[in-house]
Design a protein around this ligand. Structure first.
Ligand SMILES: Cc1cc2nc3c(=O)[nH]c(=O)nc-3n(C[C@H](O)[C@H](O)[C@H](O)COP(=O)(O)O)c2cc1C
Length: 212
């Protein structure tokens, strides 16, 4: 027997799942979570567990500081994906690719994938890099590969808001941190908010449509 669909008026549930070493993605994740909440969603902000050796974390003051500053944010669980109607995935660029920490989270989703429980959800990505052409778009596209396997619906921002012609990344929010010398600025925060509002709006429509 199939599970009855949730009423179309039920709030949209958004999971913001991210990995961040030195805090750039943590800042964007919080901005997205706040904006999604303001747009009426129930939000779970969740971080990927650290996989790097302690010596690596402790050798970098910004890394150790971000770890302390985000210690109160729960680590992501598989259940967070099952719970959510929409999932944001955030990762720093790693040689133009997804960080191993976030990839490890994705790789643990096989049981949900096999049960068809990752399909029909809305997904959207965000990233950051040290340099302007350092692989932001390739990272987001790599992230989105997995979404096709899930049967997920990718809600990228495109150029759907005038601000997108300022930040210039239709694939997802992205920030150039210049090795910590360029903290997340108003342009990137605006991109995060616009993407969050769009994802909540699209998800509301998808959820209402699937409930019919
Ligand atoms: C192993 C490794 C690989 C990286 N690869 C790239 C890269 O290909 N291009 C780039 O511009 N920055 C690269 N970076 C820099 C980070 O992606 C960038 O500083 C990011 O904004 C950090 O996000 P965070 O502060 O949330 O950890 C790399 C950093 C590390 C540690």
């Amino acid at each position: 027997m199939s599970t009855p669909a949730a009423p179309a008026t039920a709030p949209v549930k958004v999971a913001v799942v991210y990995y961040s070493a030195t805090g750039t993605i943590s800042t964007l994740a919080k901005e997205i979570a706040d904006a999604a909440e303001k747009a009426g969603a129930q939000v779970r902000l969740r971080r990927a567990p650290e996989l790097a050796p302690r010596s690596a974390v402790e050798s970098n003051p910004a890394w150790a500081q971000n770890e302390r500053a985000t210690a109160d944010i729960p680590e992501v669980a598989v259940d967070d994906f099952e719970w959510a109607d929409a999932v944001f995935l955030g990762t720093p660029t790693r040689f133009g690719n997804v960080s191993s920490q976030l990839k490890q989270v994705i790789d643990q989703l096989s049981p949900l994938w096999a049960a068809g429980k990752l399909a029909d959800k809305v997904y959207s990505g965000f990233t950051s890099s040290a340099t302007q052409h350092g692989g932001q778009e390739s990272t987001l596209l790599a992230l989105y590969n997995s979404i096709h396997h899930f049967g997920g619906l990718i809600a990228s921002p495109g150029y759907t808001d005038p601000s997108k012609f300022v930040d210039g990344n239709p694939y997802g929010t992205s920030h150039v941190d210049a090795q910590g010398n360029n903290p997340v600025d108003e342009t990137s925060r605006t991109a995060a908010r616009v993407q969050a509002e769009r994802v909540v709006r699209i998800t509301r429509g998808v959820k209402a449509g699937l409930a019919v």
